[in-house]
Design a binder for this molecule. Structure first.
Ligand code: SF4
Ligand code: SF4
Length: 154
């Protein structure tokens, strides 16, 4: 039953995607859907198991993240808490952060391979997919701008 519901949902998303004639609209739709799905899963499964501002990897003294609080919402190059973290919430809609899972979670089988997502496969090239993955601490508008700039090779 679940499989059928997921299949129908995926099909309706593909149909919706096809209604957008302009590529920027398609990218924005895929961005929106991915973030929505990932956020729903994060809330539903509570992978990071935060307690007193420490995620499970921090509480178990993993080698990474090096910072002691706020999980991986920490800008390593600036050596400070991410500027977009406000009252335990992310102020921007950064798809790269949503897609990220640390080694601790990966060892437990928690990973999201964006390259396997049917909508991503349908409308994005590899360079654009890289923009989705490697733009941590970056607001949605900037990521979409980068994606739109890249030449379409599909
Ligand atoms: S992804 Fe890993 S490091 Fe980041 S908050 Fe979750 S458990 Fe912590
Ligand atoms: S941008 Fe990323 S690192 Fe910063 S608060 Fe949002 S989710 Fe955390």
């Amino acid at each position: 039953m679940d499989i059928n519901i997921n299949y129908i949902k995926e099909l309706s998303e593909i149909i919706q995607l096809a209604t957008y004639k302009r590529k920027p609209e398609r990218y924005e739709y895929v961005y929106y859907l991915l973030c929505k799905k990932l956020e729903t899963d994060i809330k539903k499964y509570n992978y990071c198991l935060f307690e007193n501002n420490k995620c499970i990897a921090q509480r178990e003294n993993e080698k990474w993240p090096k910072n002691k609080l706020d999980g991986c919402c920490f800008n390593i190059s600036k050596k400070e808490r991410c500027e977009y973290l406000s009252d335990k919430n992310c102020e921007i809609n950064c798809v790269s952060c949503r897609l990220f899972t640390c080694k601790y979670l990966k060892r437990r089988g928690i990973n999201f391979d964006v390259k396997k997502n049917v909508l991503v496969k349908y409308c994005m090239n590899l360079l654009q997919v890289r923009e989705f993955i490697w733009n941590f601490f970056t607001p949605k508008d900037r990521i979409l701008k980068n994606i739109n700039r890249l030449k379409i090779r599909k």
